[in-house]
Ligand binder design. Structure first.
Ligand code: BES
Ligand code: ZN
Ligand code: ZN
Length: 479
C-alpha cells in the first residue's frame, strides 16, 4: 500500500526540513534551533498571536508551530492532530520527500501531530489512468520526540495503515468490489497481517439456512459470502472471544423499495461496517494485541431483479425467526441478524457490530458522531466512550427502551423489518436486539463512514471512522 511512513529517530539530521513544535508560553526552548534573527522575529510575532512560522533555509527549512494547551485534554490532542493535517497544505508546494517533527513541548505532541498529518495525506488515486502523477511527494515523517517511544511510533504507523485499508475498501466502487472480491480481500489481509479467515460460499450459506443473507442476495447474479475472521494470539487476555460484526452490503440500491437517484453513488459505502471490522483486525494483529477476536461479515449486494425479495414477503432467518419484510431497503438489519445469531456459537464475552444502517442516524447526528446502543455493561459503555473521546471518533448513546420496539411487531410474522417514521436508528437497533443473547453494542456509522466533503484529517469520501476507535477500545480491553 502507498502511504506516508512514520519513523522514529534519535537525533536530528540537520539537513532535514523540520517542523518544530513548541509551547507558546515557552518559546525559549526554540533558541538552540533558530538563528538569532529568526528567534527574535518569532518572539516578537508570537506576542501578536502568530502561531505558524516558516524559516526558509538553503539546507533544510524550518517550520515552527506554537501550541496553547487546551484544558480539555481530548480537544487538546485533537487540535494537535488538526495542526498536523493543516501543515500538509503548506508542505505540498515544496515537494519534500521527508520531514522531521521535532517536539519541544512539555506534552507528547509529535505523535498526534504526525497522526493528523499522515491521516490527512490519504489519497485514493488508483482509478486515474496515471495514478503516480497524482501521488504526493511526501513519503516519510521522522519523529524526534523525547517523550515518545519507538514502539509508540511503530504502533501508530501500523494503525494508520489499517485506517487506509478501511478507507480504500469504502472508496472502492461496486464495479471493483463485489461480494466475492470483498471476501477475497479479507483473506488476503489475513495472510498479510496474521489472522485467519474462513470464507463461507453460497452453498454453505444455503446449507446453514442463513435465510436473511440469502433473501437480500436473491435478485443478484453475484453470490453472497460470509467471512469469519479470527485472531487468537497465545497470550490473549480474554477467556471467551470478543466478536466484531460488520455490515457488508457492497452496494445498496434499496432493492424493489428502490432508492431515489440523488446520492445513490453514496451507497458503495454500505460495506463500511465490514471495512471497519477488517481494519480493526489489521490494526490488532499487526500490533499483536493480546486479545482473542472473531470477525463476522455477511456480504452481499442489494439489487433489483425479477427474483428480488418483495415488500410484504415473509422470510425465515438463520435463527429460525420469521420476518415480514416491509421495506427491502432495510436490508442491513436482515443480514446483520444472521451474523448476530451466528455469533452465539462462540459464547462471546462481548459483541460489537458496525453498520451504515440508517438515514435516521445521518439526519440526527450528521457525520460528526456515531450513535451507539445496546445492552453491554455500564463499564464497557464507559470505556467505549473514553475511546471515542481519545480518538475523537465521538460517540453518542441512544436508548433501546422497550416502547421503541412496539412498532416492530408484525401481525403475520415474529417481527417486521421496519419501524415508524421517527427514531429510525433506534427501531433498527430494536430489530437487531431480537437476535442477541449476549453483551452487545451496535454502532450506526451511516453518518461518519463516508462524507462528500472532507474535514480536517478525515479526507473526502471514506473516513475510516471506527478503526481507531476499535483499536483503542480493544487495547484498553486487554490491558
Ligand atoms: N444503507 C442504508 C442506510 C444509509 C443511509 C447508509 C445513508 C449511509 C448513508 C440502509 O440500508 C437503508 O437504506 N436504510 C433505510 C431504512 C428504512 C427503509 C427503514 C433508511 O434509513 O432510509
Ligand atoms: Zn438499504
Ligand atoms: Zn444499506
Amino acid at each position: 500500500m502507498k502511504r506516508i511512513k512514520l519513523a522514529y529517530i534519535h537525533t536530528r539530521q540537520s539537513l532535514d526540513n523540520t517542523i518544530i513544535l513548541a509551547d507558546k508560553d515557552q518559546t525559549a526552548t526554540l533558541e538552540p534551533y533558530l538563528e538569532v534573527s529568526e528567534f527574535a522575529f518569532l518572539n516578537q510575532m508570537s506576542t501578536r498571536d502568530s502561531t505558524n512560522f516558516f524559516f526558509p533555509r538553503a539546507e533544510g527549512s524550518v517550520f515552527v508551530r506554537l501550541f496553547k494547551t487546551d484544558k480539555d485534554e481530548y480537544a487538546d490532542v485533537e487540535a494537535t492532530r488538526l495542526a498536523g493535517n493543516a501543515i500538509l497544505g503548506e508542505l505540498a508546494q515544496y515537494k519534500f520527500e521527508s520531514i522531521t517533527i521535532l517536539n519541544t513541548c512539555e506534552k507528547n505532541r509529535a505523535l498526534p501531530f504526525a497522526e493528523g498529518l499522515a491521516l490527512g495525506s490519504y489519497q485514493f488515486n488508483r482509478h486515474f489512468s496515471k495514478p503516480d502523477e497524482k501521488d504526493a511527494a511526501l513519503k516519510t515523517i521522522q519523529i524526534l520526540d523525547p517523550s515518545a517511544t519507538e514502539a509508540e511510533v511503530q504502533e501508530m504507523d501500523r494503525l494508520i495503515e489499517a485506517v487506509f485499508h478501511t478507507r480504500d475498501l469504502v472508496n472502492e466502487p461496486f464495479s471493483h468490489l463485489n461480494a466475492p472480491q470483498l471476501a477475497d480481500f479479507a483473506e488476503k489481509a489475513g495472510k498479510e497481517y496474521g489472522f485467519s479467515v474462513e470464507t463461507l460460499e453460497e452453498e454453505q450459506i444455503r446449507s446453514l439456512k442463513m435465510g436473511g443473507l440469502l433473501a437480500i442476495n436473491q435478485a443478484s447474479h453475484i453470490p453472497p459470502r460470509f467471512s469469519v475472521l479470527e485472531y487468537k494470539p497465545v497470550n490473549a487476555k480474554n477467556e471467551k472471544p470478543v466478536v466484531l460484526v460488520g455490515k457488508g452490503v457492497v452496494y445498496d440500491t434499496g432493492g424493489l423499495s428502490i432508492k431515489p437517484s440523488e446520492g445513490m453513488d453514496y451507497m458503495k459505502c454500505d460495506m463500511g461496517g465490514a471495512a471497519v471490522v477488517i481494519g480493526a483486525f489489521i490494526a490488532a494483529a499487526s500490533n499483536q494485541l493480546p486479545i482473542h477476536i472473531i470477525g463476522l461479515i455477511p456480504i452481499t449486494d442489494n439489487l433489483v431483479g425479477r427474483e428480488a425479495i418483495t415488500p410484504g414477503d415473509v422470510i425465515t432467518m438463520y435463527s429460525g425467526a420469521t420476518v415480514e419484510v416491509m421495506n427491502t431497503d432495510a436490508e442491513g438489519r436482515i443480514i446483520l441478524a444472521d451474523a448476530l445469531h451466528y455469533a452465539k456459537k462462540f459464547h462471546p464475552e462481548l459483541v460489537l457490530d458496525f453498520a451504515t444502517l440508517t438515514g435516521a442516524a445521518v439526519r440526527a447526528f450528521g457525520s460528526i458522531a456515531t450513535c451507539y446502543m445496546g445492552n453491554a455493561s455500564i463499564e464497557v459503555r464507559k470505556n467505549i466512550e473514553v475511546s471515542g473521546m481519545q480518538t475523537y471518533e465521538r460517540l453518542i448513546e441512544v436508548p433501546l427502551w422497550k416502547e421503541y420496539g412496539e412498532e416492530m411487531k408484525s401481525t403475520i410474522a415474529d417481527i417486521k423489518n421496519l419501524g415508524g417514521v421517527s427514531a429510525g436508528m433506534i427501531t433498527a437497533g430494536k430489530f437487531l436486539e431480537h437476535f442477541v443473547d449476549y453483551p452487545w453494542l451496535h454502532f450506526d456509522i451511516a453518518g461518519p463512514a463516508y462524507v462528500r466533503a472532507g474535514s480536517g484529517y478525515r479526507t473526502k469520501g471514506a473516513s475510516g471512522m471506527g478503526v481507531r476507535l476499535m483499536y483503542d477500545f480493544l487495547k484498553r480491553y486487554c490491558s
